[in-house]
Design a protein around this ligand. Structure first.
Ligand code: AMP
Ligand code: ZN
Length: 141
């Protein structure tokens, strides 16, 4: 494990080298909107320090990611009117992991929404994603 992997997409987002709709960050974590959202408000929490997956992540980073996920879940309920939340982590390709920098999916759920897991990722409307991200960010204050 190294602090940053030069070939890692999410390390580049953490470093601000590629654009993302970041809604929150702290010493150990960054939270940003998923570009292929399963539902409105779907976001990812990642550790700043590169770790491939659940088996590799530093336990203190894992705790920080979980806490950031809980915070986001509360904001999503209050701000977006989510009725429930799925927290999902995929560890390994056979468990659906496609980006190999640990991430926790925070997926707001809405009563009667049509989502079935595993979802089939499809490109979201970037304007709507940015607007939802801005709404969430505002309520972190
Ligand atoms: P997983 O399949 O659990 O590894 O999840 C990877 C997630 O990363 C998917 O939900 C993708 O939509 C999301 N994703 C991939 N590239 C980006 C990106 N540039 N910005 C935000 N989310 C991304
Ligand atoms: Zn990384």
């Amino acid at each position: 494990m190294s602090a940053t992997d030069p070939d890692c997409l999410f390390c580049k987002i953490v470093a601000g080298e590629i654009p993302a709709t970041v809604v929150a960050s702290d010493e150990r974590t960054v939270t940003f909107m998923d570009i292929n959202p399963a539902t409105r408000g779907h976001a990812l929490v990642v550790p700043r320090t590169h770790a491939r997956d659940l088996l590799e992540i530093d336990p203190d980073d894992l705790a920080a990611v979980a806490q950031a996920g809980q915070r986001l879940a509360k904001v999503a309920k209050d701000t977006l009117g989510a009725d429930g939340i799925n927290l999902i982590n995929s560890c390994g390709a056979d468990a659906w992991q496609t980006v190999f920098h640990f991430h926790l999916h925070v997926i707001p759920r809405y009563a009667g929404d049509p989502l079935k897991l595993p979802w089939v990722p499809g490109p979201g409307d970037m304007d709507k994603i940015a607007a939802t991200g801005a709404e969430l960010k505002e309520h972190y204050a």
